[in-house]
Write a protein that binds this ligand. Sequence first.
Ligand SMILES: Cc1ncc(COP(=O)(O)O)c(C=O)c1O
Length: 401
Amino acid sequence: MSQQPFLPYARQSIDDSDIAAVVEVLKTDWLTQGPKIPTFEKAVAARVGARHGVAVATGTAALHCACYAAGVGPGDEIITAPITFAASGNCALFLGADVKFADIRSDTYCMDPAKLEAAITPKTKAIIPVDFTGQPSDLDEIIAIARNHNLLVIEDAAHALGATYKNRKVGAIADMTIFSFHPVKHVAMGEGGMITTDSEKFDKALRLFRTHGITNADSDMQLLDQAADNEALPRDQHNAPTKAGWYYEMQALGYNYRITDMQCALGASQLTKLDQFLKRRQEIAKRYTEAFSASPLLITPHQENDRQSAWHLYMLRLRLDQMKKNRRQVFDALRARGIGVHVHYIPLHLLPYYRERFGYKRNDFPVAEAYYGSALTIPLFPSMQDKDVERVVEAVLEVVE
Ligand SMILES: Cc1ncc(COP(=O)(O)O)c(C=O)c1O
């Protein structure tokens, strides 16, 4: 029974052209901060229809940079959804801000706009909706509430590269949108992240924060006149100092969140296959929904008609009240058959750090907790063969029944 190969819940699809793209970079002078970075940034920005793309080391770094650019700081609060990876909240903690939550919708498992208003306080600076599983959040409603309160929206689209919302592409809707290029995601780079935005001001702040808060752009200098050693700088025709090649300024406390040329070469190569990956993900999700929606023991993921999910994850919910097994038994039985089921996510407010730091407790966000109590992630990745998909279908139906 368990002789068959283990099917993980997600994995990357790397082919020879991806490998060749990375090898090509290894033969050049630039392993980092070379030409592949702007090439990849422009390709992603063009793909999602945004003016700017800033590539960084991870999706978490992208969230951190976005919060910095949004001006999140000590004493502020951000609001995110409780069903997400820790990074969606941690990015605000890194900057000394606090994390509040708005509960999720019981059908889409994304932030419920109806719960958002009550979570806003005078300290709220930004809202971070999470496009959980790849389905876009209720962006129009969330952005309208944000505008009313003069707040920024940073969309966590780590799951949603290639998703659309009311015929608009995710990446060009919120003030800033972040993506992750971890191998389980749509475009694999080992590690990697990006922020897309239409705002030049945010683009500048993001780039500053990505590299130690240091700039060497002539037009951005603050202290050219007063620099301690500015007599060393060349003078222009009016005898004013101009920037020499070595002059730079650190203007904020930033990080080293740079990404490498090898990673961006891989990302750019992967991006050319995004449509193909999305199509296969959709096909698999469709087959799962067909197979599981007939079972009275399973709830399949609800999809809103006005948006197209990027199908990062396929979440089943178990009707445990009608079953003899509990979730742990279903999970263990599927793992024993080599089906790499998982659970996304333990509600963020219930993780020990969040409980201790903010006093969150059970029942604070009941919809998220009820969701979590019955959720099960099943394998979904583009290189799954039809026989793998059928293997998952059969195993799930057998185990739950
Ligand atoms: C919703 C969400 N946000 C942010 C991240 C962080 O991305 P990364 O792992 O690239 O730092 C993840 C990663 O799993 C995620 O799932």
